[in-house]
Design a binder for this molecule. Structure first.
Ligand code: GAL
Length: 629
């Protein structure tokens, strides 16, 4: 598969006589992919049944004739106002019971049957017209499911659908009552239609109820997406893609990905650093114009799994965005570095968002490759450089990593339903685990809990609701916990208590969560924060707290960790395990990262200044590619 560059384009935003000029310039820049259409519903069907597809056909022709391959989006993230007038109750409802409004996007509830049918209808119309169009080489379903907190909706439609879902999952209210423990506080039901949604309760709702509702909400996204893929597949053989977001964990991406051919995601490194990552003010200041050195890589590795090894970056930040609290400009070089990092992790394509900055509406302050006046914006030169480099650089195949991190969406919902400590966030725990490994120069695979572990020398399994079956017989080195295997699938305490790993002989007897001002000191000088578990059992003690309690216990390669390690402690622990597993590590300087492909080693300098390491000098925001042969 040839790696390629592309861009997101909105022909409906510009006069038609501009399209050919834009297309020619895209090609001249070295772009080969162009994504269009995903928000154009009001121009494709201005009123019900009034289909205006000819302009889109002409746009596709112009782009295709210029040599570009088109990805066509279904426009269901932006239903026009007439759709809302037809289905006034299609809006998602927030936890306070308020309907969300018209006037931006994603204003639909996944459970609304009428809107579901509208989504299938417009998808069918587009698929019938463009499914065989030779220039339409891939399709995108909707846009960023779950973005703007749109997965979970407390609407009447959701309530009815949830009752049906419960009836299917539990078969009887007795079984449901038992599974959730509804004897507690007399919460028992005797009919499924009595079951409400877990919002607006007087004090906290039953966490099992919340988790069931979150599983249901995720299934609704899967169903909605499948509603489109079924139709698209009847009309096209082109690959089907969705563009996921960064740090959106509200639906199970593995499940959605199962119905698609390629995963893609929208990478906004500087926006994410500012708006959705924990970090000290110093960290955020240091990486202000580069983004966090692990955030992009984490999602590349995650979506590689979601896409079953085929994945893209559908939207790449090109300059300042408009939506974060602060929106600094990237350092010169970053638009190139981010693209190369994606290719190093196996991306087939990287598309920049967007071609030309719109002078109107919500994103008028969001950079494109062109300025609003169609002059070049700074990133354009860097994109051209990547295009030239790609042409001369041999293919880089991805290779299976020796280290795997198990990441699970259900666990994200479980710990949201029952955090037990304000700082226990599943994504954060997984991300900090990933970061610690990367600081040791390791390349990782991120894998689903049901994935085979064969071939991995070190498996990291932090914070999983249930212990994956595959770990029960795993013979390599593993670091399990904290909190892994501490609950049943229904978010109750298992008996016997967790982590329930057959050969480990270790039980969590008590847990405590602690505020950020407190640390648990370890005998080796390290610390735990946020979370600590007391361990019982006959497993060997690998590491103790300063006051003598087990901090890590192990039997053979299986290790259980009783707390959330502070960053440097985590590095030290993983270094020890990797060394025992025979995996070479190195302590990388801050902001330097390395990623191995089958044939090449890629070095990325996320620092705002030059760095020298092992005789290699990398300028600020620069990369180095070494041939491993
Ligand atoms: C993405 C979205 C795009 C655009 C972009 C701005 O989340 O898919 O449509 O809004 O952000 O950064």
């Amino acid at each position: 598969m040839k790696r390629a560059l592309g861009v997101c384009y909105y022909p409906e935003h510009w006069p038609e006589d501009r399209w050919a000029i834009d297309a020619a310039q895209m090609v001249e820049t070295g772009l080969t992919w162009v994504r269009i259409g995903e928000f154009a519903w009001s121009r494709l069907e201005p009123s019900e049944g009034d289909f205006q597809l000819d302009w889109l056909a002409r746009a596709i022709d112009v782009l295709g004739a210029a040599g570009l391959q088109v990805i066509l989006g279904t426009p269901t993230a932006t239903p026009p106002h007439w759709v809302l007038e037809k289905h006034p109750d299609m809006l998602a409802v927030d936890a306070e019971g308020r309907a969300r409004g018209f006037g931006s996007r994603r204003h639909y509830c996944f459970s609304h049957e009428g809107f579901y049918q509208e989504s299938r209808r417009i998808t069918r119309i587009l698929a019938e017209r463009f499914g065989k169009n030779p220039y339409v080489v891939a399709w995108q379903t909707d846009n960023e499911y779950g973005c703007h907190e749109t997965t979970v909706s407390y609407s009447n439609a959701a309530r009815t659908a949830f009752q049906d879902w419960c009836a299917q999952r539990y078969q009887s209210t007795d079984a449901l009552n038992r599974a959730w423990g509804n004897i507690f506080w007399s919460m028992e039901y005797d009919r499924f239609d009595q079951i409400g949604l877990p919002n607006l309760t007087v004090t906290e709702p039953n966490p099992a109820h919340v988790l069931a509702f979150r599983r249901f909400s995720s299934d609704q996204v899967v169903r909605f997406n499948r509603g489109q893929t079924e139709i698209l597949r009847q009309h096209t053989n082109a690959p089907l893609i969705h563009n996921y977001m960064g740090r959106v964990t509200d639906f199970d991406h593995y499940d959605v990905g199962a119905d698609l051919d390629i995963a893609s995601w929208d990478s906004y490194p500087i926006g994410f650093l500012s708006d959705r990552l924990e970090g000290t003010p110093e960290h955020k200041a240091h990486y202000l114009r580069q983004g966090d050195p692990d955030m992009q890589a984490f999602h590349h590795d995650l979506y590689r799994t979601v896409g079953k090894n085929r994945w893209w970056v559908m939207e790449q930040q090109p300059g300042p965005v408009n939506w974060a609290p602060y929106n600094p400009a990237p350092l010169p070089g970053m638009a190139r570095l981010w693209a190369w990092e994606a290719f190093a992790h196996g991306a087939e394509a990287v598309l920049y968002f967007r071609w030309r900055q719109a002078p109107f509406a919500q994103e008028q302050m969001h950079a494109g490759l062109l300025r609003p006046d169609a002059e070049s914006a700074p990133a354009l030169t860097e994109v051209r450089q990547v295009a030239t480099e790609l042409a001369t650089m041999p293919e880089v195949g991805t290779t299976k990593a020796r280290v795997a991190l198990i990441f699970d969406y259900v666990s994200c919902w479980a710990w949201e339903a029952q955090p037990q400590g304000a700082d226990f966030d599943m994504f954060r725990l997984a991300f900090e685990t990933y970061r610690a490994a990367r600081r040791l120069g390791l390349s990782l695979d991120i894998i689903a809990p049901h994935a085979y572990l064969r071939g991995y020398d070190l498996v990291l399994a932090p914070g999983l609701l249930e212990t994956p079956e595959t770990l029960q017989n795993f013979k390599g080195m593993a670091l399990i916990g904290p909190r892994t295997g501490s609950k049943t699938a229904e978010l109750c305490i298992p008996l016997p208590m967790g982590p329930n790993i057959k050969d480990l002989n270790c039980t969590v007897s008590r847990v405590e969560s602690i505020p950020p001002t407190t640390r648990i000191a370890l005998e080796n000088g390290g610390t735990f924060l946020h979370w600590f578990e007391e361990l019982d059992g006959t497993a060997d003690i690998t590491l103790r707290t300063k006051d003598g309690k087990p901090a890590i216990m192990h039997t053979d390669g299986l290790h259980y960790i009783a707390g959330w390690p502070e960053a440097d402690t985590y590095v030290e622990i993983l270094e020890g395990l990797a060394t025992t597993a025979g995996i070479p590590t190195q302590r990388l300087p801050d902001g330097l990262r390395v990623r191995d492909s089958e044939t090449h080693r890629f070095w990325f300098n996320y620092n705002p200044s030059e760095i020298t390491y092992q005789g290699k000098t990398l300028k600020a925001a620069d990369l180095l590619i070494e041939d491993l042969a």
